[in-house]
Design a protein. Structure first.
Length: 291
């Protein structure tokens, strides 16, 4: 962080407790992206596993390993710093004409698996085609998505697309993101999917357990800007893990088999009253079921 800039210190992390019938190749996308200030971190597995690491097409940090037959725990713990300020905004930032967009943004103007901007093009132009093309238009899109969709925990799955959300009027955070991305792309505005950690900083804590979060980045003027249609507000503490076309590119864990995910736990908060990373990261110590 820049000298003199006010920051908040957070604990973040996650634990994946799998049970597999046989050895199962897997990859994990859970470490914050390079633009997040990570103070200290720890990857750990129980039993101990050999791991590999690579960057995907979008520069996301992927860790590979083979889950053993039986039970395993794969965990990532970190302390990170985030600015004590809301997501940046600039109402004067313009929407670029397609011919003026940087080459690397063009892929984020195209339809993708969950974001069928071609199918919703007519609706997008009918809803938003008469507005001035600037930052405020994207804010209008975010606001419309937030009002159009009802948040229903666990209501959708891997088959659910932006078109499904548009028609049905409900979804989870990734569906809010997919629908906003789709409407932006239909209007020739580059938009990409972001997954990561979002603590409840200076807002009421949600009653549901902490989980990974999904939001949107939109290219306006000469940079990417953060938008969060699930909350429809500028927030503090967005910590990206990865960026891509849609959720297809950003699965937190990909397994080449069918292990049972017995437990997933996610942390993103300011509770540093206990040592973090934990002193004992064994499966027995980290098992809340006590079996």
């Amino acid at each position: 962080m820049s000298q003199g800039r006010s920051v908040r210190t957070l604990r973040i992390g996650c634990e994946f407790n799998h049970i597999a019938q046989s050895a199962t190749p897997a990859s994990f996308l859970v470490r914050p992206a390079g633009d997040v200030a990570v103070v200290r971190e720890l990857w750990t597995t129980d039993p101990a596993l050999s791991t590999g690491r690579f960057s995907d097409l979008y520069g996301n940090d992927i860790h590979r390993m083979i889950l053993p037959a039986g039970e395993s725990l794969v965990a990532y713990y970190a302390v990170a710093e985030v600015p004590d300020e809301l997501d940046a905004a600039d109402p004067s930032a313009p929407i670029n004409a397609p011919q003026d967009l940087p080459d690397e943004t063009l892929v984020f103007t195209l339809p993708s698996r969950y974001c069928q901007s071609d199918m919703l093009s007519a609706s997008a132009w009918e809803l938003f085609g008469d507005y001035r093309r600037d930052f405020e238009l994207v804010t209008r899109i975010q606001d419309w998505v937030w009002h159009h969709l009802e948040y229903r925990t666990g209501s959708t799955g891997s088959w659910w697309t932006a078109k499904d959300s548009f028609d049905a009027g409900y979804g989870v955070c990734r569906d809010f993101a997919h629908l906003m991305i789709t409407l932006c792309r239909a209007l020739n505005i580059p938009a990409r999917y972001v997954s990561g950690y979002l603590p409840d900083l200076d807002v009421p804590a949600l009653p549901t357990p902490m989980d990974f979060h999904a939001w949107v980045e939109v290219y306006l003027g000469d940079r990417w800007w953060t938008f969060d249609p699930r909350h429809n507000a500028r927030r503090k503490g967005h910590m990206p893990i990865g960026r891509g076309r849609d959720a297809t590119d950003l699965a937190m864990v990909t397994t080449y088999g069918a292990p049972w995910l017995r437990r997933l736990t996610v942390w993103a908060d300011e509770d540093l009253t206990e040592p973090w990373p934990p002193v004992d990261t064994s499966m027995a110590a980290r098992d809340p079921f006590g079996v």
